[in-house]
Design a protein. Structure first.
Length: 225
């Protein structure tokens, strides 16, 4: 079998990146149909890289295949929320304790700067800016912790759930409280206070869990599920 050319791979990456941004940015809503033909026309590429991008997103849980083999944006259910939050609590605690033991002065300053950005974005209700800072927050800690396998699992899990968390948080202005929780976590990491890291991560994830469960239940009531 011939190996795909770099051009083919780049087209798949282009389609994947665009779809990922549209889904996680909530411009493509849960349940939205994803037509390979329409997407290929919009992106100016053939259906094949679009299909491969959709299959990659399907493996990550962001897209699902219907009974007639068409793709739609995944909806998340209560069980998936709980399982994702259970996993994030364990792995985030690990990542943050490990990062705490390795953080240098430059990274400490950067961590606090990012938290400042989150609090500023939350104060203005800027969900997009907050999400960008949140990505930087976790990317920095994952980089310092330097466990690629754990970081990849955490990234995929957070990517799958964050679009629902941000929607729930935005409705209740939870971004302000979440930013304050991130500051507690950041200061505990810098202080190498492992007990506070564990308890603060647990509290943060519990708030995330409840916000997403409230949203999932509200959607289920509307849809009659």
């Amino acid at each position: 079998m011939a190996q795909p050319t770099q051009t083919d791979e780049s087209r798949v990456d282009t389609a994947y990146s665009w779809l990922l941004g549209e889904i996680t940015g909530f411009r493509l809503r849960a349940g939205a149909p994803l037509s390979e033909n329409s997407l290929a026309k919009h992106l100016g590429i053939s259906r094949t890289p679009v299909r491969e991008a959709l299959q990659r997103l399907e493996k990550e849980g962001l897209v699902r295949r219907t009974e007639n083999s068409r793709f739609t944006v995944s909806q998340i259910n209560a069980r998936e929320v709980n399982e994702a939050c259970d996993l994030l609590e364990v792995l985030d605690s690990f990542i943050m304790r490990r990062a705490s033991s390795k953080l240098d002065e430059e990274s400490k300053a950067e961590l606090l700067r990012i938290v400042d950005l989150q609090q500023e974005a939350a104060a203005h209700g800027d969900r997009d800016a907050w999400a960008e800072a949140d990505t930087k927050f976790h990317r920095l800690l994952n980089t310092v912790a330097d466990n690629k396998l754990v970081a990849e699992v955490v990234k995929e899990t957070r990517r799958r759930t964050q679009r629902f968390w941000l929607r729930a948080a935005g409705k209740e202005n939870r971004l302000v409280g979440c930013s304050a929780e991130h500051r507690v976590i950041a200061e505990a990491i810098i202080a190498k206070d492992y007990d506070t890291i564990n308890s603060a991560v647990s509290e943060h994830i519990q708030h995330m869990r409840q916000g997403m469960l409230d949203l999932v239940n509200a959607v289920a009531l509307v849809l009659g599920e």
